[in-house]
Ligand binder design. Structure first.
Ligand SMILES: Cc1cc2nc3c(=O)[nH]c(=O)nc-3n(C[C@H](O)[C@H](O)[C@H](O)COP(=O)(O)OP(=O)(O)OC[C@H]3O[C@@H](n4cnc5c(N)ncnc54)[C@H](O)[C@@H]3O)c2cc1C
Length: 458
């Protein structure tokens, strides 16, 4: 009887899962294992919103396995040691897992190999589980990664993709392998009230309905803040309840300019992953230094708090920051505006913003979050690092009648454009009617001048 272990990490699904397929093809029995990794908790990465979403994903994965005659084994502690214990208990000859690309994920793979080495158990790592194109597959002539998205995307789009795999019909799990009880979402405190539900079942339903009725309007609608017309698949892609390969193939099969624009966004995920794989320190250090001497957290404390709480006096910024707190998710245009506002208008270090986002975002992801923050701050891969987005102009363009803004900043409900985006311009009595909604914490022209001076462009 041959046995292998499938170690699930950020790939919590049964459809299109190459490690699971390989394990089932080569072994009589398979142990589907998830380890609640102590190192991830210690690093503060297990924020309540992601933890709550994870519990949904694990419950759904377990249910899917049970429908196929199996079950999920859950352990917690030191990941490599827990895997080694399970390997010893079931006599597995191979551990199959998906490749991941952060510095931590690499260390995890190395440690697994060294801890399992003496037992003779092999570790098999599979690409294109969490990406469409694996980092390092497409390279420019003279570097170990692409630093600019457009040429990367050109090469990316020409790659041959593997065919998505069906979910298995049957999973035989050996008897007698103990599991901790699955965590319950209700036991997690500090979860955003509007947090989406996780799990592969939800993810597949969302992909199907969005491709059917949302994708066609994506190209022209993706920046429409109030319309909320993006796919909202990011948490599912983060936890791997959806396969990015399958998303791309289904979108391409559907066809049309909206589906193509969506596929281009998916290429951004891979782009950031190949940057991070080549430059793991970009998770914490400037990818391209602009010699910034950011305001210190102490000097900017009040501004940072106002930004975090959605009380900057710039309605669209406040709306987006309140959406983040309420849903654990924020529209991409909101992320761009709030990140630019913090780093350029308030001239605060991108790491302060990235950390706050990671404390709340359900899709919070080292590659996408840190590198998008760097892009916004101009220390990353943006080819126009000093561009500054004006929150008032942008609000008028992407939330023309203020619907999105008023949804999240009810103090301003009833105000018409343009006042909803510039309430400080209201005449006296009407100004008084919006209660304690704050005046702007910074004058945009002053913020811009400070930024230009700092970047030597005054
Ligand atoms: C400051 C900042 C921080 C961000 N942090 C994260 C993060 O932690 N996790 C995360 O998944 N995305 C992050 N993004 C990227 C983007 O905002 C989200 O992926 C997107 O808003 C998710 O919504 P959606 O699923 O409806 O996206 P859609 O517009 O429907 O796009 C489809 C998918 O493409 C991918 N995608 C879209 N835009 C980007 C992008 N710019 N970079 C990488 N992938 C992208 C996502 O997986 C997304 O689900 C960040 C962007 C900024 C500006």
């Amino acid at each position: 009887m041959t046995v292998s272990v499938v170690l699930f990490t950020c790939d919590l699904r049964l459809h299109d899962h190459p490690p699971l397929r390989a394990a089932l093809d080569t072994s009589d029995e398979v142990v589907p294992l998830f380890v609640r990794d102590r190192a991830v908790d210690a690093a503060g990465f297990a924020a309540p919103n992601r933890l709550a979403f994870l519990t949904d994903c694990l419950a759904d994965l377990d249910a899917g396995l049970r429908e196929r005659g199996g079950r999920l084994i859950l352990r917690s502690g030191d990941l490599a040691e827990e895997v080694a214990k399970v390997v010893a208990e079931c006599g597995a000859d191979t551990v199959h897992l998906a490749a991941d690309h952060s510095a931590y994920a690499r260390r995890r793979e190395d440690r697994l190999a060294s801890v399992l080495g003496p037992s003779g158990c092999a570790v098999q790592v599979y690409d294109t589980v969490s990406t469409v194109v694996a980092p390092g597959t497409v390279l420019p002539a003279s570097s170990d990664h692409f630093a600019v998205f457009t040429p990367y995307h050109r090469h990316w789009a020409r790659q041959t993709m593997r065919i998505p795999l069906a979910a298995p019909r049957k999973v035989n799990v050996p008897e007698g392998i103990g599991s901790e009880p699955l965590p319950a979402r209700r036991d997690i405190t500090g979860v955003s009230p509007g947090l989406a539900r996780g799990g592969e079942t939800q993810a597949r339903a969302r992909l199907t309905s969005w491709l059917r009725s949302g994708a066609d309007a994506y190209e022209e609608g993706h920046d429409d803040l109030a319309g909320d017309r993006t796919s909202r698949l990011s948490p599912h892609l983060h936890f791997g309840t959806l396969s990015p390969v399958e998303c791309v193939q289904r979108a391409l099969r559907k066809g049309g300019s909206g589906a193509e624009a969506f596929v281009r966004q998916l290429a951004w995920r891979d782009f950031h992953r190949q940057v991070l794989a080549a430059r793991p320190r970009a998770a914490h250090e400037n990818y391209r230094s602009q010699h910034d001497r950011w305001r210190t957290a102490d000097a900017a404390r009040e501004d940072i708090e106002a930004w975090q709480e959605g009380r900057t006096g710039y309605p669209v910024i406040d709306a987006a920051m309140r959406q983040l707190r309420h849903e654990g998710w924020m529209h991409n245009r909101g992320r761009l505006l709030t990140a630019c506002f913090l780093t350029k208008t308030l001239y605060v270090d991108w790491r302060v913003g990235a950390e706050h986002f990671l404390s709340l975002l359900v899709d919070g992801d080292v590659a996408n979050n840190q590198l998008n923050w760097q892009w916004s701050a101009g220390t990353g891969t943006d080819t126009r690092p000093n561009r500054v987005l004006n929150p008032v102009t942008q609000a008028k363009r992407y939330d023309p009648d203020g619907t999105y803004t008023c949804r999240w900043v009810p103090e301003l409900a009833g105000l018409e454009a343009p006042y909803v985006h510039e309430p400080w311009k209201l005449p006296g009595l009407e100004r008084a009617a919006i209660g304690d909604y704050p005046d702007p914490i910074v004058d945009l022209a002053d913020g811009l001048a400070r930024f230009k001076r700092a970047r030597g462009r005054a």
